[in-house]
Design a protein around this ligand. Structure first.
Ligand code: TXA
Ligand code: MG
Length: 322
């Protein structure tokens, strides 16, 4: 893990230019970056993460205008979103240009692009002088890393990690597909569906469908701790009652704000921002304990809560509605 000094950022940029991998902080989660216009470099990401070969990557740029290099069509709605939300936790899917190698998009005709809002990330991209393809810097299927230590754990210290401390948001960026109509929310995040609708009008929400996913990333189980995670959804009191009734000595409890004693009870916080920023480190904390089952309390499925519930549902082996 390297302090994000100018010297180390410069070193990281030179590693990217040599076609190797670097992990770096963004405002959402840590990314595992490679030169996005080099097929050879991008392939290394898939190998290092054990990422399924059909799950495309997000291309990170430091200058909004570089979108015109990567996308061959930029609709006016995209320009509106960029003005308001870039740099920031919003990824836009557009029709790709020829410069983007097929390894980045897994042969799709579209490319996902964002400008992150983190000084270290922006400085790294600028100095690398190439766009950086970066998925979350975790082994595929694990919770995304929200601090440098998570990255070092997953990759056994074999990757150069710029340590920018804990990430601000803690959940991955919102992904919106503007490559065709109707515009589709592929992954909920900090920029909410409600906010996007204000600018775009109609937005459909891609439903989780393992057979025919709209975004390749949707079909995989994600963010999974080692223990089974049972998510209990419904009215607050009933959820608490249910958790108490199935709790055994091997269970942990992942609450929002719950008073249930167990072998390991973690409360994520009272408001959605705090819950979002604590979720992944909590899932990893359960990995370090001897819990076999995590009983998780859900939250409201709207605004930022929609992103939290999306991740909890994907992490869950079972969902109980009460
Ligand atoms: O916050 C973030 O977005 C972080 C940081 C590092 O920027 N990155 C991240 O990347 O979460 P990753 O690879 O874990 O998630 C990328 C998501 C996947 O669900 C993938 O399927 C989707 O974006 N995606 C990428 N390109 C796509 C495309 N052309 N069409 C549809 N979905 C795409
Ligand atoms: Mg990921």
């Amino acid at each position: 893990m390297m302090k994000p000094t100018n010297k180390n950022i410069k070193k990281a940029a030179s590693i990217i230019r040599k076609g190797e991998l670097v992990a770096f902080p963004t405002e959402t989660v840590y990314g595992l970056g490679a030169n996005a216009i080099s097929s050879k470099a991008v392939k290394k990401i898939f190998i290092a993460k054990k990422r399924p070969a059909d799950n495309p990557l997000i291309v990170h740029i430091s200058n909004k205008n570089d979108i015109y290099l990567l996308a061959r069509e930029v609709p006016k709605e995209a320009i509106k979103l960029i003005k308001k939300y870039w740099p920031g936790p919003l990824t836009i899917v557009l029709k790709k240009s020829l410069i983007v190698p097929p390894e980045v998009t897994c042969n799709l005709d579209t490319v996902a692009i964002r400008v992150p809002q983190n000084k270290i990330a922006l400085s790294l991209i600028e100095q690398a002088q190439v766009p950086i393809a970066a998925p979350s810097a975790n082994i595929s299927g694990k919770p995304s890393p929200t601090c440098a230590k998570h990255v070092a754990q997953d990759f056994k210290n074999k990757i150069f990690v710029l340590d920018g401390g804990s990430t601000k948001i803690g959940l991955e960026s919102t992904v919106i597909d503007l490559s065709k109509k109707p515009f589709t929310l592929l992954r909920p995040g900090k920029i909410t569906l409600e906010e996007l609708k204000k600018i775009l009008g109609k937005v459909v929400v891609a439903r989780h469908n393992s057979k025919k996913p709209k975004s390749p990333g949707m079909k995989y189980r994600h963010y999974s701790p080692k223990a089974k995670l049972i998510l209990i959804e419904g009215e607050r009191n009933k959820v608490e009652e249910k958790i108490r009734s199935i709790l055994t000595k091997d269970c942990g409890v992942l609450g929002v704000n719950i008073k249930i004693k167990s072998k390991k009870t973690i409360n994520l916080g009272k408001d959605h921002r705090t819950i979002a920023s604590n979720l992944y480190s909590a899932l990893r904390e359960f990995d370090d304990s001897k819990i076999t089952t995590i009983l998780a309390q859900g939250t409201e499925d709207k605004l930022l809560g929609r992103a939290i519930m999306n991740r909890l549902r994907k992490a869950a082996t079972k969902i109980i509605k009460v």
